[in-house]
Write a protein that binds this ligand. Sequence first.
Ligand code: FE2
Length: 294
Amino acid sequence: MTQTPYFNGHNFSGLSLEMMGCFKNNGVLVLENFFAPTMADALMARMDKLVSNISLDEHKTVFSTLNRKQEQEDYFLSSGRDIRFFFEDDAFDENGNLNQPINQSLNKAGHAMHDKDDLFSQFSRHENIKKLANDLGINNPILLQSMYIFKPPRIGGEVICHQDSTYLWSEPQSCLGLWFALEDATIENGCLWGIKGNYENQMPRKRLKRKTDNPNTTELIELDPTPFKEDEKIALPVNKGSLIIFSGLFPHLSGPNLSERSRHAYTLHLIDGACHYPKNNWLRPNANDPFRGF
Ligand code: FE2
């Protein structure tokens, strides 16, 4: 069994048998030097431009400290086929003004950069990504969602241990997470951590779904109360240009960013188009805007 999930992804031409074995046994695989640092710079510059167009007034309403829960849920549920911005907790003061500059107040953008922005689409649809999805058994990969994680210095919050399949459900489970480091991710600035294991044919502990009686609201259903073995978690620090590939069943988390440096990352999630995608998932396609493949 491969103990370290780190491999050199430079000049990638498909996953080796060793890489595939590592993914199977650990649920995670790190490909260092998978993409050029200049590409990371280009993606960050594009996001900067998108951020410069944000209408702050709209967000003040949604994210104000008045904590309008339903407004926030509506904003989240309608973000699936759009590029929306989500702020860190406490980004706004009691008067609705930002406590720090906007580029240091954002938690994430989501959830369709891969379809709504040409540069993110081009990056997300690179043939190497299709190749590795195929190598991991996804014959008809669908690009389901993307997120841009800002994790700003000092206020970037922690993300508790979870499985992405909880939010990106298919039957059978097929979610594959791709985590692209746009900047160096270290223990200090809140890199990814995870619990290695063979997660084939397992079920997520929880599922987020729309409520049957009120589909504009979601509920988190517990399917298995067994806690994650968080004492076995390992840190996954990576350099800019690395790709972390993980199963939708791989339990992972990240710490707060207590450093003076940001930790930008871009994530993309694929599912297998051959699997059933339930209508009560939070993330829905639109009739005129379906999920697409490569
Ligand atoms: Fe996650």
